[in-house]
Ligand binder design. Structure first.
Ligand SMILES: [Zn+2]
Length: 78
């Protein structure tokens, strides 16, 4: 089953969402695998949302999510 997950930007408060297969999310949550291995079809921005929904990060105030707009404002150092 596909489920929608979302994350709230710690900088501007805007929420972004993405859709994941519940089985994949459970697999990622349970075995702590690499997000890009479990979700190869998702973009890096979408994976940030997935990462912030990992049970390890949900209640961790230091794992703040930032939306793509705020990342763009910071600029790409590369
Ligand atoms: Zn933001």
């Amino acid at each position: 089953m596909m489920v929608m997950i979302e994350a709230k930007c710690m900088a501007c408060g805007q929420s972004e969402d993405t859709t994941v297969d519940e089985k994949d999310m459970n697999r990622y949550s349970a075995n702590d695998g690499y997000v890009q291995t479990v979700f190869p079809e998702h973009t890096p921005a979408q994976r940030e949302i997935i990462i912030s929904n990992h049970p390890r990060n949900v209640n961790n105030p230091f794992s703040g999510f930032m939306c793509s707009d705020c990342w763009a404002q910071i600029g790409d150092p590369g």
